[in-house]
Design a protein around this ligand. Structure first.
Ligand SMILES: [Mg+2]
Length: 242
């Protein structure tokens, strides 16, 4: 079955939850590129549909929606279930712990529904009240993602060259004209896909070597963060790795 066929398959519409996250963030090893001492982008942005979660929310999800007891999935009016891919909890937690700005850029036709899904879904293993609260910036509306990224730059002040973007649709590669690096996700975000994306960003930007001050700066930032970081339970081993 091709991926596109899988998107409209009965298993998705019937609420197959086998692809959604259930492990706490602490059980998921952070991406290896986050601890190798090499440069990291200042901002990571994710598409939502078929990048972070297993549906097109404007096609497969029928409101009203509600959170399941554990908060790991939502169910819609037809009883179908949807949630994040298995590694997403660990990935989001690791990004926050590294102090990388976290953004979302979606062109869904149901922005309010997407926001509601983010507000209902929890990220297991973190103290975040919802996935929504983990994001620094959200740009969710139809149209070219060039607009989304121009607005993200205005909000964060981070140059496009410092941004890594994960998306499952190649048509959104047009954001690379801005200087953003996009990594094409094949079957939802995973730890391995994040590592591949970071390596691609390093190669494209000529940032494949250790940079002066990177280790000390990283250690200082992480130690400061460890004192107040609400996702600490997921990431203590990052400190030990330094
Ligand atoms: Mg998508």
């Amino acid at each position: 079955m091709t991926r596109r066929n899988a998107r409209t398959s009965a298993s998705v519409l019937a609420g197959d939850t086998t692809t959604t996250t259930s492990s706490p963030a602490s059980a998921i090893t952070p991406p290896s590129t986050f601890t190798d001492g090499l440069p990291l982008p200042k901002k990571i942005v994710f598409d939502l549909d078929y990048t972070l979660w297993n549906c097109w929310c404007d096609t497969h999800v029928t409101p009203p929606i509600k959170r399941t007891v554990d908060g790991l999935t939502i169910t819609d009016r037809r009883g179908s279930s949807f949630g994040f891919y298995p590694d997403v909890a660990g990935v989001l937690s690791s990004i926050k712990y590294q102090g990388i700005i976290l953004g979302a850029a979606s062109r869904t036709h149901t922005p309010e529904l997407a926001r509601e899904m983010l507000s209902l879904l929890k990220v297991p293993g973190t103290e975040a009240k919802s996935a929504l609260s983990m994001f620094d910036h959200l740009e969710i509306y139809p149209g070219s993602k060039v607009t989304h990224f121009e607005k993200l730059k205005k909000k964060s002040g981070v140059e496009h060259s410092e941004v890594l973007f994960f998306d499952d649709e190649s048509r959104n590669r047009n954001v690379e004209n801005l200087g953003v690096v996009m990594y094409l996700v094949r079957d939802g975000v995973s730890r391995e896909e994040v590592d591949a994306g970071v390596r691609l960003w390093r190669e494209r930007k000529g940032r494949t070597k250790r940079e002066a001050g990177t280790d000390e700066q990283l250690k200082t930032e992480m130690q400061q963060r460890s004192a107040s970081f609400e996702y600490q339970p997921a990431s203590r081993h990052l400190i030990r790795a330094l």
